[in-house]
Design a protein around this ligand. Structure first.
Ligand code: SF4
Length: 378
């Protein structure tokens, strides 16, 4: 008699199922974009490996073109953005061939009730050991095209445990997320062999119990934003149900947001005027009106240096209370001097979701500056 086939569970599906049995992974355009980029990166690094070179800028355009052409489900108007990202990747990542073990490598593990899999983007040995010997420390690199600070904890654990199971020589795994669009890097996850055992057993127990009741009711939660059923599912979280699918929908929502924002500002100002002549009240569980802060704030009554001296005299530290107020150093000439003197530098803070006025002239200036810098360096 033929045995029923075991379900194949990828990491992303497992993460969704644990949250909601009815989860169905969405295969949208955004996913296709990420796949095309992964496909380019794999081809690019393999090309570097084949030629024994750390960078192959001349191959970026043809490899990007091939990766784009073979990926289905893409929004064709994003080609420029894609090419720019491929170039940015090649510009900022050397192939690091001496430590490279695998590219796009799939780990598979049979747990009886299912076949578990995951595909790591890149695997390196991290112990600088003899290439003829099996590695004891490895690094898993994961390329991310999203900009939001998403939670990668489950993925880090799943990938690392799968690596421990498949590679008996490995004692330590570093899981590093690479945010491809930005300069910042999230902190890597580091796991030692055995550290994930309890988590793994718990996860497998939970997964098995979810698969035992495939008709269980949907439960709205963290899986909803990536679920294909989120628009029609009555249990989908409010945010998941409102994520736009296309640029047109996103534009429409933004228009609505600007209107709402304006409405809030008007309401706030009206209420402020009203309460300027009335005592504060409790309305709908909120204190409303001109409210004195709940706690008084501390006001230092001496100069900062006198405070530091006083703290040091009392052996209470001191340097940590000194914080440079960069607002006071906003003059360009002074800033240039500070940078020249090696006591300051300019840097961008992390990108965050927001909006601001579009000033075309400023963008043009920035583009001109960029082109000038590129011409000088070439
Ligand atoms: S949208 Fe519905 S089916 Fe999908 S994960 Fe959320 S609750 Fe479950």
């Amino acid at each position: 008699m033929q045995q029923p086939q075991k379900p194949i569970i990828r990491r992303s599906l497992a993460e969704g199922l644990l949250s909601c049995v009815q989860f169905k992974r969405e295969d949208g355009e955004q996913l296709a974009f990420g796949q095309a980029l992964h496909s380019f990166i794999a081809a690019y690094i393999l090309k570097c490996q084949a030629t024994g070179e750390e960078t192959r800028m001349t191959d970026v355009a043809p490899l990007a073109s091939e990766a784009w052409a073979r990926t289905h489900g893409l929004q064709w108007s994003r080609w420029e953005e894609f090419l720019e990202l491929c170039t940015h990747f090649a510009d900022t990542h050397e192939a690091s061939l001496s430590s490279l073990l695998r590219i796009e490598h799939t780990f598979t593990h049979d747990v009886g009730f299912a076949l578990l899999t995951c595909t790591v983007d890149r695997l390196d040995r991290a112990d600088a050991g003899d290439p003829d010997e099996l590695p004891t420390n490895i690094q898993i690199s994961d390329w991310k095209t999203e900009r939001a600070e998403l939670d990668h904890d489950f993925q880090a654990r799943w990938y690392s445990q799968m690596a421990f199971l498949a590679m008996p020589s490995v004692d330590l795994v570093v899981f590093a997320v690479h945010a491809l669009r930005d300069w910042w890097k999230p902190e890597p996850y580091i796991f030692r062999r055995g550290e994930l055992s309890l988590w793994w057993d718990t996860t497998l127990n939970a997964l098995r119990s979810r698969l035992d009741v495939p008709r269980a009711a949907p439960v709205g939660g963290p899986a909803c934003p990536g679920c294909a059923k989120r628009y029609e599912c009555p249990k989908a979280t409010a945010v998941a149900g409102s994520i736009p699918e296309t640029e047109d929908q996103a534009d429409e929502q933004f228009q609505e947001l600007l209107r709402l924002e304006e409405g809030i500002a008007v309401r706030k100002e009206g209420l402020k005027r009203f309460y300027s002549g009335h005592a504060e009240r409790v309305v709908l569980g909120h204190e409303l009106g001109f409210l004195t802060p709940r706690e008084p704030r501390l006001v230092i009554t001496v100069r900062p240096l006198d405070l530091v001296k006083w703290l040091k005299r009392k052996r209470l530290g001191g340097d940590e209370v000194l914080k440079v107020d960069s607002e006071q150093l906003s003059g360009k000439r002074l800033q240039d001097k500070l940078i020249e003197g090696g006591v300051a530098k300019h840097e961008f803070s992390r990108p965050s979701f927001k909006w601001r006025k579009h000033v075309p002239a400023r963008d043009a200036r920035r583009q001109q500056k960029k082109e000038k810098e590129t011409n000088v360096s070439s």
